[in-house]
Design a protein. Structure first.
Length: 575
């Protein structure tokens, strides 16, 4: 066996389809050339009939977009000499003969352009031998969605023609099982069916997650403008909540621990390739690139995580050292262990770390209640026109339920959201800001225009609505001026900020101006998250902020009165 320090081809790295041409040429390709010896292949999102969607959930808006992603991958491979692996990661495509023949026909373009590896999700297809006969040089991977975790499964897959087995992520915490799987690998070799074993290294998903199959099914079957799983309201019951409420979550994630020794131990045990994450998440891709860089530099730590646990790492009985050994065979049986909580408790005692910011809890509870149409706001008879929905109004009302909340409604228009936010709440102090430079603003959907036919002066409408709907136990400062011209009272720094104003070049400066006067920590809600460019500008604003929690909720339909209108983004920011 070759020493782990000399091994080549130990990483499978994704190509993210959303990479900009500038990043590809100036950063990605030079990086790949520097570390080509460490890369087994580059796997990439592939869309062609019958696979028009997969578990990552990215939707290409046109055939040209899908073809462009494939050509992009081919270009990167040609420039670097690193082999490509086409990913067809959808087990919900019917595994019938017709779809098999459709796949074989459409794969010809990639094969003729040099692609010699592919993830095939259906064992029955590989068992027919048709793919192998048509494409004799093709290396076939299974999909991680099949959750292969038994030695007999490995033997069966090898016997029908798979060359490369993606093991279920949970195997990383069951060393006796992994050892048995490696024995199965040796058995396959003795029968002339050589295989490689791969382990997903840094997906950051919870081990033993009960929702993961549904998460992948949701993404693999979404169409058109359906939001991805974690941008949908149903994901509120998944790890987007668990991560916030369980401070030991990073210890329970199905990630290989950050110590290089632990990664080398997997290679010595019989793992051939580490599959790195980032096919749909650019930040995760950059993390994966950093892992490769650290490996090349022989760093002791593969990721800059766990630093807060390292104070006493040189002590043999340090909790984190005991944890490293325990998890090798813990099988993610957290119900029968709880050692992750013990490690966390030790860290908290030594570092005197604070508990979860209460604004995170408030934001999560507010979302949950709004989805159920619950808050102090009563939509019955509420006749304030506005480009919003009752779910958004419930959300804002929930966020303002703490007595004395200071609230900003930036882009207040005729008051639809600000009066709803104050409704039956106590002592809320609100800033309602709008320069009304666009005068009468109507929904983009023409079928929603009729109620706006008689509106000529939105300022007058705001005042009329205030007379009817103003909560007299609260107060509003109404500023008819640009956001950057507003002077906030330093005695009342904003704690909840709803941004529904310009999403053009003024958006980031507007948010920066409000941020300057905001409280030491605050909740930001950005409206119209569905619209092109809004999230890009929001991320530009937050990139140098201390965002301790965030959540994006997108809607399937634009201007949906029964959902979160055009989508919202929430963040808790500590200054």
């Amino acid at each position: 066996m070759r020493p782990t320090t000399l091994r080549t081809g130990v990483f499978s790295l994704p190509i993210n389809p959303k990479l900009s041409p500038e990043f590809i040429d100036s950063d990605f390709i030079p990086f790949l050339k520097r570390h080509s010896n460490l890369l087994y292949d580059l796997y990439f999102t592939t869309r062609m009939p019958p696979f028009m969607q997969d578990a990552m959930g990215d939707v290409f808006r046109s055939v040209n977009d899908a073809q462009g992603a494939a050509k992009n991958a081919l270009y990167i491979s040609q420039e670097t000499g690193i082999p490509l692996s086409a990913t067809f990661n959808n087990i919900w495509v019917r595994p019938d003969q017709k779809n098999l023949e459709t796949f074989i026909t459409n794969f010809k373009f990639l094969y003729n352009n040099g692609v010699r590896c592919a993830t095939i999700p259906h064992t029955s297809w590989v068992s027919t031998g048709q793919i192998q006969r048509e494409y004799p040089e093709l290396e076939i991977k299974n999909t991680i969605l099949r959750e292969v975790s038994k030695p007999n499964e490995v033997v069966s897959l090898a016997s029908v023609g798979f060359h490369y087995i993606n093991l279920d992520r949970d195997v990383m915490r069951d060393r006796p099982l992994l050892d048995r799987i490696v024995e199965a690998k040796k058995y396959c070799h003795s029968k002339g069916n050589d295989i490689m074993l791969s382990l997903l290294a840094n997906e950051h998903c919870w081990g033993g997650c009960p929702i993961m199959p549904e998460h992948y099914q949701y993404n693999a079957t979404r169409e058109g403008s359906d939001p991805q799983y974690f941008n949908s309201t149903i994901s509120r019951v998944s790890c987007s909540k668990w991560d916030a409420y369980d401070p030991a979550s990073e210890l329970k994630a199905a990630n290989i621990p950050p110590w290089r020794e632990d990664w080398e131990e997997f290679l010595d045990a019989g793992i051939d390739v580490f599959k790195l994450h980032g096919r749909e998440d650019a930040m995760r891709l950059k993390e994966s690139m950093d892992i490769i860089e650290r490996w090349a530099n022989h760093d002791k730590m593969m990721q800059p995580t766990f630093n807060e646990y390292m104070d006493d790492v040189d002590m043999p009985e340090a909790p984190i050292n005991i944890w490293r050994e325990k998890i090798k065979s813990c099988r993610f049986d957290c119900w029968d262990c709880n050692y992750c909580e013990s490690v966390l408790e030790s860290r908290l005692k030594k570092q005197k770390r604070k508990e979860m910011n209460p604004l995170v809890d408030l934001a999560i509870r507010s979302i949950d209640a709004a989805i159920d149409n619950k808050s102090n706001f009563d939509p019955k008879g509420y006749d304030v026109l506005g480009l919003s929905s009752n779910k958004v109004r419930h959300l804002l009302n929930n966020l303002c339920q703490e007595r004395g909340t200071v609230y900003v409604d930036a882009g207040s228009y005729m008051g639809s959201t600000v009066f709803a936010a104050l409704y039956r709440n106590s002592a809320v102090k609100a800033y309602a800001i709008d320069d009304f430079q666009d005068e009468v603003v109507k929904p983009k959907r023409k079928d929603l225009h009729k109620p706006y036919a008689d509106i000529t002066n939105p300022v007058d409408e705001f005042i009329k609505n205030a007379e009817k709907w103003m909560n007299t136990d609260c107060s509003i400062g109404f500023a008819v001026k640009p956001i950057q011209a507003v002077e906030f009272n330093p005695q009342y720094p904003p704690r909840v900020i709803f941004y529904d104003a310009a999403n053009d070049h003024n958006m980031v400066p507007n948010l920066e101006h409000i941020h300057k006067y905001a409280d030491k920590d605050y909740i930001l809600v950005v409206d119209d998250a569905n619209f092109e460019g809004v999230m890009d500008k929001t991320k530009e604003f937050t990139k140098n902020k201390n965002v301790i929690w965030d959540r994006t909720i997108l809607t399937e339909t634009s201007e949906d009165a029964n959902d979160f209108w055009n989508g919202v983004y929430l963040a808790v920011i500590e200054k």
